[in-house]
Structure formats: structure tokens, C-alpha cells
Design a binder for this molecule. Structure first.
Ligand SMILES: [Zn+2]
Length: 109
């Protein structure tokens, strides 16, 4: 459903009965398939991370009972449409993350 006149400015996909909602893919490595994990017990398996993240989606929703938007980052394995990890965030955490990451990246540019 498209945004209505009572929607939040960020609402792109209004939900029934009455929740403002939006989502954006904020990262996609472009890989459509999961990698093959190293053989169990092999040297490579010792240094293997349990999961590769293929893409990340930012989701925000807010209904009448929410004072603030409820925001999450959802992390997906390559090619998957169901998230394997959800990171709940509030505005201050996101701003902090943005600022920390920005400050860190200056050292690498
Ligand atoms: Zn809305």
C-alpha cells in the first residue's frame, strides 16, 4: 500500500491495519549462492567463520503504540531471502554506528 497523508515522512510501504513501514537493501555483495564450507576438521575449517553475510536490509516500522520507529538491520546469507540474524537498533545507536564507522574509515582512506 502506498503512503497516506497521515504517514511518517519515511513511510514507503504502509501496512494494515495502520503501521508505517519501509525497508532498504543497504548492502549487497552480488553473490547469489552460498560458498562451499571447508571440510570439517580441515585447517581451513579452523579459521572459517560460521556464516557469510551476502546482503543487509534496513527495516523500520511504527504503529500508534510505538513512540519511536522500530528499526532493525537484517543480515542474509548470499542468495537467501530469510534473515539469519537481526540487529535491533534505535536512532541513537544508528547515529553512533554511523559516526564510529565514518571516523574509523578516515584512517583507511
Ligand atoms: Zn505509512
Amino acid at each position: 500500500m502506498s503512503a497516506t497523508s497521515t504517514c511518517k515522512s519515511w513511510c514507503t510501504d504502509h501496512q494494515e491495519p495502520n503501521e508505517c513501514y519501509t525497508e532498504y537493501v543497504i548492502y549487497d555483495n552480488g553473490v547469489d549462492e552460498r560458498r562451499t564450507p571447508p571440510a570439517p576438521g580441515s585447517m581451513a575449517a579452523l579459521f572459517d567463520y560460521p556464516k557469510d553475510i551476502g546482503w543487509i536490509k534496513f527495516c523500520a516500522g511504527q504503529d500508534e503504540e510505538d513512540e519511536q520507529p522500530v528499526m532493525d538491520l537484517h543480515f542474509f546469507e548470499p542468495g537467501d531471502v530469510e534473515p539469519i540474524v537481526r540487529l535491533p537498533l534505535d536512532t541513537n545507536v544508528i547515529k553512533g554506528l554511523h559516526s564510529e564507522l565514518g571516523a574509523l574509515l578516515i584512517n583507511f582512506s
